[in-house]
Ligand binder design. Structure first.
Ligand code: UD1
Ligand code: MG
Length: 446
């Protein structure tokens, strides 16, 4: 078995993001860019992953876990950054080391796999991932020899005008022969216009050693690097297109794909139908035949088969819906377990609640779960009927088959099959409306 290691460069602060967050922690499709890259590498079954982080980047370290983190204290170039990963390697040898950037989140496992394959087939010292980008641009240029092998990578800052005319550019991703990587990295010098240690110099070093360097190409769309908020939005748009296509290929109907926003981890069952303007945050699983109607916002929720959600529903984290639940317009759920076939169709807040199977939650019901200090739970049994505009002041229990009268403020537990009436008794005063109007007319002389 060949052993593969991955080094993810993530030490850049990302000055152009103008952010307190390290660049690689910015999210696309609800997941930090760094995690996208880590998850993609996981699909290659890498034996070892090292994330190179800058100083004081605790969020990057947390996102890298359980993988090794190496630190680059000062940004002295991509070659220097790779050198900083060495202590995190131990002494186990690797056949190949894959070098990727944490700010290039759309790269696919398929492309990386092709690179590793090319390295094994050709026994090249270095395989570089190239892309075609029309000049002018700031990428390093890939210079090929007559046989189509890679001769050199020339950084744009160092390139002559004719080299700058080349379309074949360096994406930055490389696969390097693990037996020579750190030896070559140690030989990189910084005698260039930026005074940096360019990883790209490794190609010239390999050629000087009589070794081969090769290029594998991938579409530039897959290799967009994120340096600014505008780049982040562009990467998001490309990823959303991919996720929508995958959702439809998996058997979901997206009535208006362009207005549905999915998270990288959204799981949709078969024959799910999603209306326009639906947004999925992280951590959503949707069962078969679920309908999600327009303008719903869903995150951290598990939706059982056959449920109907929305329009205009909001499911927040901790929402667990059994089969055939109906959640209608302007209903908000948080930390809510809803039993099979239960319904809350209109204008309701259900937070920190358990609702038993077959219960009906009337319009305007509010679980009063917060007193400014603590959060409290409401427990509603099976087949209960909560009258419209009930306030359920938690902690409180409503038994199986119990009812609450419309407009009730329920502050104490209701036994199974009981009715709670928690409101002032109605008083009717015959003729009083007419008397009132007559008195007012006299007063205002109308
Ligand atoms: C690099 C390549 C260039 C390529 C381009 C593709 C070099 C010398 N040049 O240029 O050929 O076309 O990427 O986008 O490699 N990083 C560190 N520590 C450092 C420097 C960089 O961790 O000291 C990380 C950055 O966070 C980033 C990546 O390495 O993720 C690339 O660095 P960047 O400065 O963007 O390199 P470019 O100048 O764009
Ligand atoms: Mg860059």
């Amino acid at each position: 078995m060949k052993r593969l290691a991955v080094v993810i460069l993530a030490a850049g602060k990302g000055t152009r993001m103008k952010s307190d967050l390290p660049k690689v922690m910015h999210e696309i499709a609800g997941k930090p860019m760094l995690r996208h890259v880590i998850d993609t590498c996981a699909r290659l079954s890498a034996d070892h992953v090292v994330v190179v982080a800058g100083p004081r980047m605790p969020t990057v370290e947390a996102a890298a876990a359980p993988h090794a983190v190496a630190h680059q204290m000062e940004q002295r170039g991509t070659g220097h950054a790779v050198g900083c990963a060495r202590p995190a390697f131990g002494d186990k040898p690797f056949d190949e080391v894959l070098i990727v950037y944490g700010d290039t989140p759309l790269i696919t496992a398929e492309t990386l796999g092709r690179m590793v394959e090319e390295r094994r087939q050709s026994d090249a010292a270095v395989v570089v991932l190239g892309m075609r980008v029309a000049p002018p641009n700031a990428y390093g240029r890939l210079v090929l020899d007559a046989a189509g092998n890679l001769d050199a990578i020339v950084e744009a800052a160092e390139a002559s005008p004719d080299i700058l005319e080349l379309e074949l550019c360096n994406s930055g991703v490389m696969v390097i022969d693990g037996s020579v990587l750190f030896d070559m990295v140690a030989r990189i010098r910084n005698d260039n216009s930026k005074g940096e240690f360019y990883l790209t110099d490794i190609v010239g070093l390999a050629r000087g050693d009589g070794r081969l360097a090769r290029v594998v190409e991938a579409p530039a769309r897959e290799l967009v690097g994120v340096n600014s908020r505008a780049d982040l939005a562009a990467a998001e748009a490309i990823l959303q297109q991919r996720l929508r296509a995958a959702a439809m290929a998996g058997g979901a109907t997206l009535v208006d794909p362009a207005s549905v926003f999915l998270a990288a981890d959204t799981v949709l069952g078969r024959d799910v139908v999603i209306g326009p303007n639906v947004v999925f945050g992280a951590g959503v699983t949707v069962g078969d035949r679920v309908q999600i109607k327009a303008f719903s916002h869903i995150e951290g929720a598990r939706i059982g088969a056959g449920a109907i959600i929305g329009p205009f529903a909001r499911l927040r984290p901790g929402s667990v819906l059994a089969e055939d639940v109906h959640i209608g317009n302007f209903v908000e759920l948080k930390n809510a377990e809803i039993g099979r076939g239960a319904k809350a169709n209109h204008l309701t807040y259900l937070g920190d609640v358990t609702v038993g199977a077959g219960s009906n939650i009337g319009a305007g019901t509010i679980t009063v779960n917060y007193d400014g200090f603590g959060k409290y739970r409401t427990e509603i049994g099976e087949r209960a009927f909560i009258g419209s505009n009930s306030s359920l002041v938690a902690p409180v229990r409503i038994g199986d088959g119990a009812m609450t009268a419309a407009g009730s403020v329920v502050t104490s537990d209701v036994a199974a099959d009981a009715i709670a009436i928690g409101r002032a008794r109605q008083v009717n005063k015959p003729g009083r409306a007419a008397e009132f109007r007559a008195a007012q007319r006299a007063k205002h002389k109308k």
